[in-house]
Design a protein around this ligand. Structure first.
Ligand code: ADP
Length: 255
């Protein structure tokens, strides 16, 4: 059994990965906006085998009052993995990992939110991972940014998330669970294309400086693709047509 596992190759002789993807290929991504009735804004994202729901409430009066800020909204974020989201039942109690991810996701989203318009209020972001297959913090971020937009909260821009990394010595895009577990490094990224700003950058494992540069480029490129999908998902919900300037922008990204 142990021997069999050791023999699993993450990249085959044709340069293809376990799920048949090329090194720089994104997993299939699907998004839908406005999937929950009770939340002010919501979104559902499938990123490969990850399934993530995000719900946003607010801006609403800060509760308890002592957390309120005089000049802007307080943004709170909870990332949570459902007990049925992994192979082995995950404890429903909040783990240290979930606390960390809640914080880094909030910090990545905060610069995009015009919180200064809503003093003494709160904006609550809930991310629920229904199925996990590595990259849930990135899919969660992508989904939460859409839910914020769906709630009608003024945003400077959308935030998109995607990881890059390294497996069997090669830089690859968007690691799946088996690649994350058996690979050499994972580099989750959150990116805001208009301001060209990275809002989240973490690394698990090790890479050379050159590999890191390559992975960063690959991840940021994928975030740009995901950003276009986010805009498309919002358009689908709100039936908005693209204008000419945007069509040109998309053609440039694709070129
Ligand atoms: P991310 O999901 O953002 O890649 P990690 O790198 O911490 O975050 O986790 C990678 C993957 O490991 C998760 O997507 C999930 O598939 C799995 N995983 C994480 N935590 C647990 C857990 N407590 N139980 C089972 N699997 C887990």
């Amino acid at each position: 059994m142990g021997n069999k596992e050791e023999k699993l190759r993450l990249i085959d002789n044709n340069g293809l990965r376990v799920d048949g993807r090329r090194l720089d290929e994104l997993r299939p991504v699907k998004m839908e906006v406005g999937v929950l009735d009770k939340a002010d804004g919501s979104a559902y994202v499938e990123h490969g085998r990850n399934k993530v729901l995000a719900a946003v409430f607010g801006p609403r009066e800060a509760h308890p009052k002592h957390i309120a800020l005089a000049d802007r909204a307080v943004i709170r974020c909870r990332y949570h993995m459902a007990p049925f989201s992994t192979d082995e039942r995950k404890s429903p109690a909040p783990s240290r990992r979930e606390q960390e991810l809640s914080k880094v996701i909030r910090e990545a989203l905060e610069p995009s939110i015009m919180a200064e318009y809503f003093p003494r209020s709160t904006i609550d972001i809930f991310i629920e991972v229904l199925q996990a297959d590595a990259g849930t913090r990135c899919a969660g971020l992508t989904s939460a940014s859409l839910a914020l937009a769906d709630a009608g909260i003024p945003l400077r821009e959308l935030v998109a998330g995607c990881a890059a990394g390294k497996i069997e010595g090669k830089v690859v895009l968007d690691l799946s669970d088996v690649e994350d577990k058996k690979g050499d490094a994972d580099l989750p990224i959150a990116f805001m294309p208009k301001s060209n700003a990275v809002g989240l950058l973490q690394m698990d494992g090790s890479m050379t400086e050159e590999e890191l540069g390559q992975a960063l480029d690959m991840g940021i490129n994928a975030c740009r693709t995901i950003y276009e999908m986010q805009k498309e998902a919002l358009r689908r919900k709100y039936h908005v047509e693209r204008d000419e300037a945007e069509k040109e922008e998309i053609a440039e990204v694709k070129a």
